[in-house]
Write a new protein. Structure first.
Lengths: 285, 291, 377
């Protein structure tokens, strides 16, 4: 990673009118993802309350918090897997209320899952091609009768899939069943599959889970590379502090479904409320 | 008083469906299996009644006891032989196994007893009683009372006893229940025993109402009872009863209109409509998949 | 299986070739298609010749037609079961809709088109046209039924879908039984059945339809549409999050499945000559399901093989007809317990790949070596 990119990682953070933070370079455009006061109750239990976020076009943000704080629930809310009980979510300025998961994806949100959800019986290349599905345009009849356009498109997107696999140097796995990949490669494939849908925001749910420090280091570089190459925003949930502190520009800390602190990684590290959430009251001393 | 007769008919038929639906609901509630063989357990029960009374010439009381006992044993046996090895298999595999068991029982019965209907003798000699100048079918009244009693007992069993608590725990989360020291296999077997015992009672009540046994009688009866369970909201005991009565009344009502050839279609149409409007059934609760 | 057409275009990457070895010879897509077409035509021509010269008796020929019909039935059910991962239990319902509508269409059109029963034996351009239109009509009617049931059914999962499709097939059966009294004239013939259906099927046209059906199902599955369907089976939530319109693709799979079931039903009506609602009960749906499950859910070859065996075997073992169903049931349970993925799992055979292996000198007994090389990489 060049020092120039490292420089880029530490932009000026600007306070927006809502309680949201955004890198200065993205200020000119509307936030690509904005959630205002969203919350969800399961039965009587409030899982997430008054959650706000605004993501600049090329921002990398992190969401941390103790287990059960509601981080994955927020991902599920942002992607409409769960319908929020209150609040609004805007993707690229569009309200996602009442949309299906698929429609939200088409608007520009792609995600990975904490417990890997690959199409395990399909090959690696096919997994990515499913992601490309909405960019492909052949009609069912064209495909069924194998018109030349079918072959042309299949070849074109197979090439694109191989290019994507190149990001993680995974071309040699193209025809392996996704379910037979090693764990780390499965996590990477999930990221690639999400990228294939041409997202504007990429949500990564614990991308470094189960990786060793070397792999995590590599992943950090890759996350930055993906942001720079695709010019997209990335929001990630992670327990590995080195990754969060290394790539994120803004970090939000979640506890009991509420944001308790928000700011640059440095600010978060010093925040007593955060230390308290992680270590308990005694830990503060 | 044709209206009263029809009402009683609807209640009787609905009660039988409800009783069978209870069996479906319990098994489904605990291992999420649509036990296709449940209807065929009833068929076996009806044949046991026929053997005991018509072939061996023994008393109806003994027929009742043996039918219920036979069905209970059969239910537990099916679980042990066919379903238990597949406890961790994909749902589709278990469902297909259940279809296989059902298929086996039907064709086995056909092989042993032949395809023609066997006439099950009457369990009770008096067929009607007079209440306030109106003669009512005794069969119907017995059926309704038995079902009501069974439902109440079952509800108490599930809600108040330790075993009931274990059943509910296993249905919530099998793994967690095991960690809490609940013997999951015993609990599942017990559920099958209970459901099949209800099927046995259902078999007797069905034989009382229609006095015949055929190898394929379980399919339609079972399917409609399952429809009833789904209508009411699968996994819910009161739901099964409501669903059963609904199906029973729908059939009697359609037949009363002179459209009896359409009654099966109406029942399934009812199911489709209810599921489209409320996919979890009348009293069902939604389950969120964890993402 | 000669109908199993070439799977992919040219390989786009060539990282697969082992170090030091020569470049692997490949067969181009065009050649694969030609090889498969030629083989298919050859099989059909040889079959027809054997029927013509009496090597295959009329009875055996009719059994073979049924084999073809059940191949279509099993492979079409496999779309919904093996590829989409749902369990519809009303496939016989679609079959009966297709059969009735195809037969009625042909019977009603015979007059206006001046076609007689005997023309079907000799075969004229008019009968061919009727045959094609009839089958498509049957398929479309079944597909419409598939759409009607698919929309509510596919909102539900697993067992609910199973029971709702079972119910729908029952509704179809009841409708076929009683429709005459509603429309006021003889349409389906009620419980007595629809008789006097011209025998518009023969070995050749049946297997041409089989080959076309298999080709179309295969090409659909090996396209972006098929991938979307498979993705839903593997993980529905991930598929949705990856932009797969699950409602659309589930319905599509269901409708295509119903369409080909309808085509199969249309052939069945011509082959058997009598349609009766009782033939298309729950048991028929289960019989087709057994074929799919036994062959391997998701394997086209598996469906073809098991449909062939399960259609021929009972005919060969007529003496044991009584035990047949019981044995079916036991086999079904045993397969689920000991080999839940079916006999072939999701393995599929590609003639092109097979020939490629042969010309590259990769024989099955050399497999171990090849794997070792791969592992080295």
């Amino acid at each position: 990673m060049s020092s120039e990119t490292k420089q880029k990682r530490r932009p000026v953070i600007v306070q927006m009118e809502s309680p949201n933070l955004i890198p200065e370079r993205d200020l000119g455009q509307i936030p690509v993802l904005e959630a205002k006061h969203i919350g969800i109750d399961f039965g009587g239990l409030t899982a997430v309350d008054d959650f706000n976020i605004a993501m600049g076009r090329t921002e990398i943000s992190g969401l941390i918090g103790p287990n059960g704080a509601g981080k994955t629930t927020i991902f599920n809310l942002l992607t409409n897997v769960y319908k929020p009980t209150r609040g609004t979510i805007l993707v690229d300025g569009y309200d996602t209320a009442g949309m299906s998961i698929t429609q939200v994806n088409k608007l520009g949100i792609a995600r990975t899952f904490q417990n890997i959800r690959l199409f395990s019986q399909m090959t690696v290349a096919q997994n990515i091609l499913v992601g490309f599905g909405n960019s492909m345009s052949t009609h069912l009849v064209t495909d069924m009768l194998r018109f030349p356009k079918h072959w042309k498109q299949e070849r074109e997107y197979r090439d694109k899939a191989m290019d994507l696999l190149g990001i993680f140097d995974m071309q040699r796995f193209a025809d392996t069943k996704a379910g037979n990949l090693p764990y780390g490669a499965q996590r990477r494939l999930e990221i690639l599959r999400a990228l294939a849908t041409h997202p504007k925001v990429l949500l990564l749910d614990e991308p470094a889970a189960g990786m060793n420090p070397n792999e995590t280091e590599e992943l950090m570089d890759n996350i930055l590379k993906i942001r720079d190459e695709f010019q997209i925003a990335i929001l990630l949930i992670e327990h590995d502090m080195s990754l969060v502190m290394g790539v994120c520009e803004v970090v939000g800390v979640l506890n009991y479904g509420k944001i308790i602190a928000k700011g640059t990684p440095e600010e978060i590290q010093r925040d007593p409320k955060v230390i308290e959430a992680y270590l308990g009251k005694q830990g503060v001393k | 008083m044709t209206f009263l007769t029809q009402l009683l008919n609807g209640l009787q038929l609905g009660s039988i469906y409800a009783l069978v639906a209870l069996g479906y609901t319990m098994v489904y509630g605990i291992i999420l299996l649509l036990n296709f063989a449940h209807g065929d357990i009833i068929m076996v029960g009806a044949y046991i009644s026929w053997i005991v009374m018509a072939k061996l010439g023994m008393s109806p009381a003994l027929a009742v006891v043996l039918s219920v006992a036979g069905c209970t044993l059969l239910g537990v046996l099916i679980d042990k032989v066919a379903y238990a090895p597949l406890r961790n298999a994909p749902r589709l595999s278990i469902l297909i196994t259940a279809i296989g068991v059902s298929y086996f029982l039907e064709n086995g019965a056909q092989l042993v007893f032949g395809a023609d209907a066997k006439v099950v003798p009457a369990f009770i000699s008096t067929s009607t009683i007079k209440v306030g100048g109106v003669s009512l079918s005794l069969n119907a009244i017995i059926t309704i009372i038995v079902t009501a009693v069974c439902t109440v007992v079952l509800q108490l069993l599930v809600q108040k006893t330790k075993l009931g608590k274990a059943m509910r725990a296993v249905s919530e989360d099998m793994g967690a229940a095991r960690l809490m020291g609940i013997n999951v296999n015993t609990t599942i077997s017990f559920t099958f025993a209970l459901g099949s015992a209800l099927a046995g009672i259902g078999a007797v009540l069905y034989s009382m109402a229609y006095s015949q046994a055929t190898p394929t009688m379980g399919i339609m009866l079972g399917t409609k009872a399952f429809v009833a369970a789904v209508l009411g909201g699968i996994g819910s005991i009161p739901g099964a009863v409501i669903g059963g009565l609904l199906v029973g009344f729908a059939e009697v009502f359609v037949s009363a209109l002179g459209l009896s050839v359409w009654k099966d279609a109406v029942v399934f149409l009812l199911l489709i409509i209810v599921l489209v409007v409320k996919p979890t059934g009348i009293l069902g609760r939604t389950m969120n998949e964890k993402v | 299986m000669e109908e199993d057409m070439a799977t992919k275009g040219k390989p786009i990457i060539s990282t697969g070739s082992p170090k030091g070895s020569k470049k692997r010879k490949t067969i181009s897509t065009g050649k694969r298609y030609i090889i498969n077409t030629v083989l298919t035509v050859l099989v059909i021509v040889i079959g027809q010749m054997m029927i013509d010269n009496g090597s295959i008796s009329r009875y055996q020929g009719s059994v073979l037609e049924q084999v073809g019909i059940y191949i279509i039935m099993a492979v079409s059910l496999n779309i919904a079961t093996g590829y989409l991962g749902q369990l519809p239990l009303g496939h016989a319902g679609f079959m009966s809709v297709g059969g009735y509508s195809c037969a009625i269409f042909i019977m009603r059109m015979m007059g206006p088109m001046h076609v007689t029963m005997y023309d079907f034996m000799t075969g004229t351009p008019a009968t061919t046209l009727l045959f094609v239109c009839g089958l498509i009509f049957g398929g479309v009617c079944a597909a419409i039924c598939g759409l009607i049931i698919g929309i509510p059914a596919l909102r539900l999962k697993g067992d609910y879908l199973a029971i709702i499709t079972l119910g729908f097939a029952e509704i179809i059966r009841v409708v076929m039984l009683n429709i005459d009294s509603v429309v006021g004239f003889q349409l389906t013939g009620g419980a007595k059945g629809l008789t006097g259906i011209p025998s518009y099927t023969n070995f050749t046209n049946t297997f041409v339809v089989v080959a076309i059906s298999l080709f179309l199902i295969h090409t659909m599955m090996k396209s972006r549409h098929g991938r979307a369907i498979l993705a839903i089976r593997d993980n529905e939530i991930a598929a949705e999050a990856t932009g797969v319109n699950t409602t659309y693709y589930k319905t599509l799979a269901f409708v295509v499945s119903a369409f080909f079931a309808g085509v199969g039903g249309g052939l069945y009506a011509g082959c058997i000559g009598v349609m009766a609602p009782a033939k298309f009960g729950f048991m028929k749906s289960i019989e087709i399901l057994v074929m799919v499950v036994l062959g391997g859910m998701g394997s086209m070859l598996g469906s073809v093989i098991s449909a062939t065996f399960l259609t021929i075997l009972p005919e060969a073992l007529r003496a044991f007809a009584d035990y047949r169903m019981v044995v079916y049931a036991i086999v079904l349970i045993l397969v689920m317990i000991f080999r839940p993925q079916g006999l072939l799992g999701d393995y599929d055979f590609s003639m092109g790949n097979f020939l490629e292996k042969i010309i590259n000198g990769e024989f099955p007994w050399k497999k171990k070596q090849a794997e070792e090389v791969e592992a080295d990489e």
